[in-house]
Every structure is written in C-alpha cells, then in structure tokens.
Design a protein around this ligand. Structure first.
Ligand code: CA
Length: 326
C-alpha cells in the first residue's frame, strides 16, 4: 500500500508535539516535512521543539523547515503562555547548541510549495498553528491549493466561542488575515477541527494519566513536558474551556491529525462555506459558518462535529509508545 504523504505545519506546542507523534506512529503515513510557524511560542523555539520530538521518537531523518515569525499584518508579540514560554512546558534545561544546523536552509514556505509540486495531488497538509505559512504559499504559487490532496486545520470556531478573545480561537486570532486567505483560496478538500469540536470531544483526566504513564520514551517525554504546565493541572478547571464545556483532557491539535491519519475518525460533520471576520471590534478572527449560502461562495469545507473517541484514544495511546519500528 502506498503511504499517505504529510506535511505538518506547526507552532509546537505540547498538543502539536502529541499530534506530531501521532503522525510518526501511524504505519501508513510518511511525513515529508515539518514546517514551523510562530504561535504558541517564537518560531525559533518551535524549531527546537520539533527537533526534540523527532529526537525522542528517533525520527531525525525528517526535514524541519523554519517559517513565518509573525502574522501577515501587525506585530507578532502576542505569544500565548498556554504551554509555557518555550511552548513545551518550560521544563527543559538542555538546549542543543547546534540546533540551527539541523534546520533546513530552505524557507518553510518554499519547501511547502516545492514538495507539493513534486507530489502533486498526493500531499495532505495538516495545519496546527496560525495559517501564515499557508497564506504565503498560495501567494508564491496560486496553484498550490489545487495541487494538494487535502487540508486539515486545527483552528477557528463554529459557535463564536473564543479562547483568546471573546469570539476568536487562538490560531485564527493570531493571524486573522492568513486564516481568511486560506479559507477563501484553498479550494482543495478542507477539514476543520474547531475549538468547540475538540472541547466537545474531550477525554477524561483518568485517560490522560494512563496515557503519560506508559513505559516508553515518548510517554516519559510527554509526562515531563506536561508536569509543570497549568493547562494540564487542576488550575485549568478555571479556564474558559471548562466554563463552556466542563472539565476534561483536550489535546487540540490531535483532533485534526487524527482525522487525517484515519478518515473514519470523524463520525459527523457540517459541510458549508465559511469566512473569517476581519473587521469586527469584538469578533475579529472569528470563523463564521454560512449554512444558508448568503455569501454565494462556491467552496465548502467540512467542519467536524463528532469524533470516534475509542479510535482517538487508541491513536493517542499508540503515539506515545515510541520510538517504534515502522
Ligand atoms: Ca498548535
């Protein structure tokens, strides 16, 4: 069987690390590249975080590319401390002094355009951070979306429930213009794991404990990077997520990755056109669902609504049993 080819665009991020491990563990998936973007932390930290995850899983042969350090418009100094200042829980004392030499020289956006052109209609792009690199890719090559097999996005919201601002989800709020461009111009099959989708399909904290206490290097790594992170503690009970959806363990980016790795993961979805609000004083960055086609767009996306939690749990468990032989 031919393997599914993936490019993973990430702002890693503890949940990005989890999602990346899920792709690495999937037997019928080949990760062509990991492209880095600012978001949970600065782009330089994202690069180092991805290298760490690949090292833990003994998959250093996968090329890592450095991408956008800020949004298309405005300044990019709004990093979240959701997963700590360094994006991986602020627990790592050792910094690889040679990390920059391990990053490819080619810019992430150039690499994306090149790889997708080399494997036309074969590459699935999984976007786990702000969509800046994707927006730049379609500006460099207007045919880029036509050459993609499909696109999976973690980001946006469907009910106007925001996690960083009143109405906007983090990845879209960090670069609303890029989110707008991608949702207007990427005409390939597009699947969106919104904030509400991930929160509504939460797993239990008991499952999380079982997950990170497996006897494998990847599980020990996940246990370490979540050990001092408030998002994985009882403090999180006070977050907006728990106010809206109740308590639970949510590995946001894993939902988009799981849908890409196993298409039977998504049990229900809504298919309709969407647009990102750019002008609003309250709702800037919010994704709007056009279920009655008032915008007269000719491209619809699939917005996931129900996840197979048994399958998701299994993929998460397997993803932390690495390194493994594929
Ligand atoms: Ca992310």
């Amino acid at each position: 069987m031919t393997k599914k080819l993936l490019i993973i665009d990430t702002d890693s991020g503890i949940d990005d690390a989890q999602a990346l491990m899920m792709a690495l563990a999937a037997p019928d998936v080949e990760v062509l590249a990991v492209t880095c973007v600012f978001g949970n932390t600065a782009a330089a930290n994202v690069c180092q975080n991805v290298l760490r995850v690949l090292s833990v899983c003994e998959r250093q042969e996968i090329p890592v590319f450095r991408g956008s350090a800020c949004p298309l418009v405005g300044i990019g100094n709004l990093f979240s401390d959701h997963f700590g200042g360094d994006g991986l829980g602020d627990v790592m004392e050792y910094k690889d002094p040679l990390w920059e030499e391990k990053i490819q020289r080619e810019h992430a956006v150039n690499a994306m355009v090149r790889l997708v052109s080399e494997h036309e209609m074969q590459v699935s792009l999984v976007a786990l951070g702000p969509l800046t690199n994707l927006a730049l890719a379609v500006r460099l090559d207007p045919c880029f979306p036509n050459k993609l097999r499909d696109l999976y996005i973690m980001g946006g919201n469907m009910e106007g429930k925001g996690n960083v601002t009143l109405c906007a989800e983090f990845n879209f709020a960090m670069d609303p213009e890029s989110a707008y461009i991608v949702l207007e111009e990427f005409i390939c099959p597009t699947y969106i794991a919104s904030w509400e989708y991930s929160c509504r399909n939460a797993l239990t904290w008991e499952f999380f404990e079982e997950l990170i206490h497996q006897d494998a290097p990847a599980a020990r790594f996940m246990k370490m990077i979540t050990s001092k992170c408030w998002a994985y503690s009882k403090e999180a009970l006070k977050s907006k997520r728990d106010v809206f959806f109740g308590p639970g363990f949510v590995s946001y980016d894993s939902y988009a990755m799981a849908a890409c790795v196993d298409s039977s993961m998504v049990l229900e979805s809504i298919e309709c056109p969407v647009r990102v609000e750019l002008q609003g004083s309250i709702a800037r960055g919010m994704m709007v669902l056009d279920r009655t086609n008032q915008l007269k767009k000719n491209h619809s996306v699939k917005i996931m609504t129900k996840c197979d939690l048994t399958k998701l749990s299994r993929l998460l468990m397997e993803s932390l049993r690495q390194p493994c032989k594929k």
